[in-house]
Ligand binder design. Sequence first.
Ligand SMILES: Nc1ncnc2c1ncn2[C@@H]1O[C@H](COP(=O)(O)OP(=O)(O)O)[C@@H](O)[C@H]1O
Ligand SMILES: [Mg+2]
Length: 224
Amino acid sequence: MQLCGLSKRYPEGDTARVVLDGCDLDIHRGEALAIVGPSGSGKSTLLNLVGAMELPDRGALWFAGQDLAQLSETARTLFRRRHLGFIFQQLNLVPTLTVLENLLLPLELNGALDADGRRHALALLERVGLQGRDASFPEHLSGGERQRVAVARALVHGPGLLLADEPTGSLDGDTARVVLELLDELRRERGMTAVLATHAGEVAAKADRRLALGAGRLQEAAPA
Ligand SMILES: Nc1ncnc2c1ncn2[C@@H]1O[C@H](COP(=O)(O)OP(=O)(O)O)[C@@H](O)[C@H]1O
Ligand SMILES: [Mg+2]
């Protein structure tokens, strides 16, 4: 995916806050790329643009020969369902659905909820260490377990690109390390590309490449 001159501003009173000011970025196939920067620097905004959840004011996002910024809302939704896996900071698990039902959602949205899909989801659940928890509801899981459900849900439909916003933000150090290790392992096995927004050095250290976001621009960051 290629980002060209992405700009994004939000209105603030009579003026506007410029969050991204001409960001260029090549996301290489199969790499894990960390976007680092302090709180408020625009990491989540950048991820939301890459995930076609928001539109830039200016600039293009090239993916498979198409500029995502020019697609209709319906086409962007289809792009997200097919190609993207998301791990949100707040996880966004559906509280009224069981662990397994949460996991099956991305398959259902892609019309892939058949016996194979179900088997695959159960195997993935086991892989993230949650065998036997398929009928549990998210509120009965620990923070680390919920995070592992979120990891499995982001991968279950086999997306090429994983977007993770502060993927270990709400976990204690040991739990964060376990989740991070698992995420990295699954990503490598599947040859997935990942973009991780983080202010945690540990998350950034695991990535192949680090870019720092500051004053609306991306710059090569020092090795973690
Ligand atoms: N929907 C929005 N409306 C107005 N301002 C926003 C919105 N989203 C983000 N911002 C502002 O953009 C800036 C960058 O936010 P964000 O992308 O969340 O940064 P980070 O993820 O690095 O903490 C912040 O100043 C934030 O207040
Ligand atoms: Mg953020």
